[in-house]
Design a protein around this ligand. Sequence first.
Ligand code: GAR
Length: 228
Amino acid sequence: MKQKIAPRCAVVLISGRGSNLEAIVEAIDKQALPLRISAVISNRPDAAGLTYAQHAGLKTHVVDHTHYADRAAFDAALARLIDFYSPDVVVLAGFMRMLTPEFVNHYLGRLVNIHPSLLPAYKGLKTHERALHDKAKVHGASVHFVTPDLDGGPVLMQVRVPVQPNDTPQSLAARVLAAEHRLYPAALALIAAGRVEFAADGLRVDNAPLAAPVDLPYTVEDASIHTE
Ligand code: GAR
């Protein structure tokens, strides 16, 4: 008899809209992603993603960063709650807080993030504005493992999004976000299948060192997003 492999368990951290969370839940529902979400945690009580998560029947929590004396106290409380669920992977999905090295090191190798740029380009905020300002021809998004170096951890998968001549930060952001919604489930599916290994000298996929991020092809659906 074949042994059924239990889906891995994730805790998802959000701060706002939660559209990446939604894309992950949809991929799980379509059985494209063998993951179980144990809890969704927001640092903001008013995050729209919390309402979505509740409607989707997920367990939700708020750890409001404004209630803590400093970053270390907030991160310690957050880690206590996450550890209650013993997740295999902690998924940052629009979680807009800088994390202490103590927190990051506690989850090293099982903490992943999605960032709206082709890392290592445009770490930090306002990535779409900065790409347009530089007249970049290609922009995109990255899923990476988090290390204490902000937006500097090893990149597992990227999607490249062509910049259009008439793009505004909003139109570019909308196309990148549409691509993110395919990218995060695809990257998490690799992880959930146990195919990705995090090591001090970089990532290994299927036991081979990953020389460059896996490239997720850009599709017509991503390109046909309109913001007007
Ligand atoms: C996404 O574009 C994500 O890449 C970005 O925040 C947005 C969250 O949207 N994350 C970062 O900038 C992290 N540095 P969502 O709440 O709709 O998923």
